[in-house]
Write a protein that binds this ligand. Sequence first.
Ligand SMILES: [Zn+2]
Length: 41
Amino acid sequence: MGTIVCQVCNETIEHFEGEKVATLYSSCSSCGSEKKNHGQR
Ligand SMILES: [Zn+2]
């Protein structure tokens, strides 16, 4: 099983099925795409 973690606030966003244990980093809806789109929201 894998876990998707928000790289901004470190919260667990989602778990997904997988053969290996893995951690992926993304952004949750709260943090959104703040990093990609500077400013705005
Ligand atoms: Zn977040």
